[in-house]
Design a protein around this ligand. Structure first.
Ligand code: UD1
Length: 419
């Protein structure tokens, strides 16, 4: 098993650049399946989830190459509509190949997606929406078979929850479907708007992205384009939280504060100074941290669930009592028991964590149970006294490009090793 050895106690100082967004890149890579032409995606992060997406496209008969941060995808000739179970299990975003495959080929056979175990993570909203668009779905022995006997057509779809993945899947299926699709209560995350902008550059007719009603008029075909993927707002939040924990000052470049308001506001309330201008965010933490008012995770523009483990780590060192309620995923407190091993005082009951801040965390042997839990433990360990051995960092590699290198460049002491 790969691990990080983290020597705590150093402040962070300097400039650090945020990579392209994983959660924007993955649906765009799936969208390439709809395009009978070459696509070049710039600022594509080098992550295991991106490699898994490339494996899926290659298996379907497309050609992909990743070099110097640019992913080139050519899906002129997809030959298969079958995604093997072993590839589906690699990540959650494999579910998006449902909409993309149906949109391009009119049929698809796959199984349930894998990904971080943050809770049940069903795809019922995705499936119900596709059924409304004319897809016949049958499920046997864990295999989902989708056909479209009358062709794919537009539909009015009201989501009972603004699911990010369901909104993306519907957008992918609707881009080439016959007629108009309207998604009510769609997700408003910036990654949805980035996907819409990418599809528009390829000739799609989409409007309303960024609001809770998205309209898609199906077009006959999409063409290739070059596109620069938006910065990863959760990676930026990770750097900000690491600086808040360790102290010091950081300039986080290629980051937009407008997309990170709730996180920046909480960090300010906890005692950090934060300024955003153009595409950079400056953070300084000189004073001891203090507790904040209750935090509740919500769909965008609320407090992002992906930043919740990170902020919980920050609050574990904030004087006073803070409360965090997790409203999106039932199993997203998996960093908490590990933070407790490091000396944090956190009581977790169901979807609520009560954090009594302590002025010191200690190095310990801990495990990453999922992607953001791993990032939170890394940030906590940088600020802890002594050495932390963090295992299961494969999870971290799903969403961060060499996190240890990035943080070491601004003063953290982290090495990757076999543990
Ligand atoms: C995406 C992000 C993930 C982020 C999450 C919420 C990617 C690759 N992942 O995940 O990092 O934490 O948005 O911002 O972009 N749900 C259902 N049925 C469905 C779909 C979802 O009940 O068919 C539930 C989920 O179990 C969860 C909630 O809706 O409780 C939100 O899920 P969703 O917005 O779909 O998240 P993902 O797209 O999986």
């Amino acid at each position: 098993m790969q691990g990080f050895i983290i020597e705590g106690g150093s402040e962070l100082k300097g400039e650090i650049r945020t990579s392209g967004s994983k959660n924007a890149a993955l649906p765009m890579i799936a969208a390439c399946l709809l395009i009978n032409d070459e696509v070049r995606l710039h600022d594509c992060p080098c992550l295991s989830d991106v490699y898994s997406s490339v494996k899926i496209l290659n298996t379907l008969g497309c050609k992909c190459s990743l070099s110097g941060g640019t992913l080139t995808v050519n899906c002129k000739a997809p030959v298969s509509d079958h995604i093997p179970d072993r590839l589906m299990r690699l990540m959650r975003s494999s579910a998006l190949y449902l909409g993309a495959c149906i949109g391009r080929l009119g049929s698809c056979t796959l199984s349930y997606p894998g990904g971080c175990e943050l809770g049940a993570r069903p795809i019922d909203l995705h499936l119900a929406a596709l059924e409304k668009m004319g897809v016949c779905i049958s499920e046997k022995h864990g295999v989902i078979e989708c056909t479209c006997p009358g062709g794919l057509h537009g539909a009015h779809i009201s989501l009972s929850f603004p699911s990010v993945g369901a909104t993306e899947n519907i957008m992918l299926a609707a881009a080439l479907a016959r007629g108009e699709t309207v998604i009510y209560n769609s997700a408003r995350e910036p990654e949805i708007a980035d996907l819409a902008e990418f599809l528009r550059r390829c000739g799609a007719d989409i409007s309303g992205d960024g609001s809770s009603v998205i309209r898609i008029n199906g077009v006959k075909a999409l063409h290739g384009c070059e596109y620069s993927i938006m910065p990863d707002r959760i990676v930026a939040a990770t750097y900000l939280c690491a600086a808040a924990l360790a102290g010091g000052e950081l300039m986080v470049t290629n980051s937009r504060i407008g997309q990170l308001r709730p996180v920046a506001d909480v960090l300010c309330e906890a005692g950090c100074d934060i300024y955003g201008y153009d595409d950079r965010i400056y953070i300084s933490r000189k004073r001891p941290l203090r507790a904040v008012k209750t935090i509740r995770t919500m769909p965008y523009p609320g407090f992002p669930t992906d930043a919740q483990p990170l902020i919980t780590a920050v609050l574990s060192r904030a004087a006073g009592v803070s409360v965090v309620a997790e409203n999106i995923f039932e199993n997203r407190f998996r960093a908490n028991p590990e933070l407790v091993r490091m000396g944090a005082r956190i009581r977790t009951e169901g979807r609520v964590a009560v954090i009594e801040g302590t002025d010191r965390l200690y190095g310990a042997r801990v495990m990453a149970a999922d992607l953001r839990a791993g990032a939170a433990l890394t940030a906590a360990a940088i600020s802890a006294q002594g050495i932390t051995e963090l295992g299961n960092i494969e999870y971290i590699d799903r969403g961060y490009e060499r996190l240890e290198k990035a943080l070491s460049s601004v003063g953290a002491v982290i090495t990757r090793t076999q543990i």
